[in-house]
Ligand binder design. Structure first.
Ligand code: 5RP
Length: 218
C-alpha cells in the first residue's frame, strides 16, 4: 500500500472518535486533509470546528463547516491531528507543515488528542525528522546559535508561518528525553514554539499499516 493509502485508512478510522454535536479540533497536514474529506463523506453532524491553520480552515469552510476562533470556546472534546514522528510514549515531533504553534495551543485545550499517522511515523527515538522550531523573525540567528550549542544543526525553512514567524528545522538530534528537550528549547529567548509534543502528547495513536489500522491508547 502507498503512504497515501495508509493515511486514508487512519483518516477513516479517526471518525470513530468524532463526537456528533461537539466542537471538533482539527489539525493540519495531508493526513488531516484526508480526515476532513472522510468527515464530510461520513455525514457526521458537527456544530463547528476549531482549526490549527489557515490551510485547514479554508478546507473546512469550503466544505461547509463552521470554524470558530478558539477564544469563543473553553474546551474541545476531541482533537485529530497528524505527526511527523511519534514514539512509544506518544511523544511527537510535529510542525512539518509549519502549524506547530496553533497545533500546540489547540491540543492544550483538548480533552483527547487522536494522532493519525502512517507506519513510517512510528520511531523508537525522536529526532531523525528535523525538529521544527517557530522563531520570532529578528531572533533567527540568535536562536540558531543556541540550538547549535545544544548539538543541533538548524536550517531556516523558506516559509513564513500563519503567525508571521520563521521556522528553523533542527537536524542532528537524538531526543532521548523529549520533555527536557521541549523545556530547554522553549526557554530560548525568541522561540515561539518547539515542535516537540511531550508535555502534551497524544492520547490515542491510530497507526496505518498494510495489515490495517493499529490502535494504541494511553
Ligand atoms: C503540521 C504537522 C503535521 O501533522 C505533520 O507534519 C504530518 O503531516 P502529514 O500528515 O502531511 O504527513 O505537524 O504542522
Amino acid at each position: 500500500m502507498t503512504q497515501d493509502e495508509l493515511k486514508k485508512l487512519v483518516a477513516q478510522a479517526a471518525l470513530e472518535y468524532v463526537e456528533e454535536g461537539s466542537i471538533l479540533g482539527v489539525g493540519t497536514g495531508s493526513t488531516v486533509d484526508f480526515f476532513i474529506d472522510a468527515l464530510k463523506a461520513s455525514g457526521k453532524s458537527i456544530p463547528a470546528c476549531v482549526s490549527s491553520s489557515v490551510r485547514s480552515t479554508q478546507k473546512l469552510q469550503a466544505l461547509g463547516y463552521k470554524v470558530l476562533d478558539l477564544n469563543e470556546i473553553d474546551e474541545i472534546s476531541v482533537y485529530v491531528d497528524g505527526a511527523d514522528e511519534i514514539n512509544a510514549d506518544f511523544d511527537m515531533i510535529k510542525g512539518g507543515g509549519g502549524a506547530l504553534t496553533r497545533e500546540k495551543i489547540v491540543a492544550s485545550v483538548s480533552k483527547k488528542f487522536v494522532c493519525i499517522a502512517d507506519k513510517s511515523k512510528k520511531v523508537d527515538v525522536l529526532g531523525r525528522f528535523p525538529l521544527p522550531v517557530e522563531v520570532i523573525p529578528m531572533a533567527v540567528n540568535a536562536v540558531a546559535g543556541k540550538l547549535r550549542a545544544m548539538g543541533g544543526k538548524p536550517v531556516e525553512r523558506d516559509f513564513t508561518t500563519d503567525n508571521g514567524n520563521r521556522i528553523l528545522d533542527v537536524g542532528g538530534l537524538q531526543i532521548t528525553d523529549p520533555k527536557s528537550m521541549e523545556d530547554a528549547v522553549n526557554a530560548i529567548a525568541g522561540v515561539v514554539t518547539v515542535g516537540l509534543f511531550a508535555r502534551r502528547g497524544a492520547d490515542v495513536l491510530l497507526l496505518g499499516t498494510p495489515q490495517g489500522v493499529k490502535k494504541f491508547e494511553r
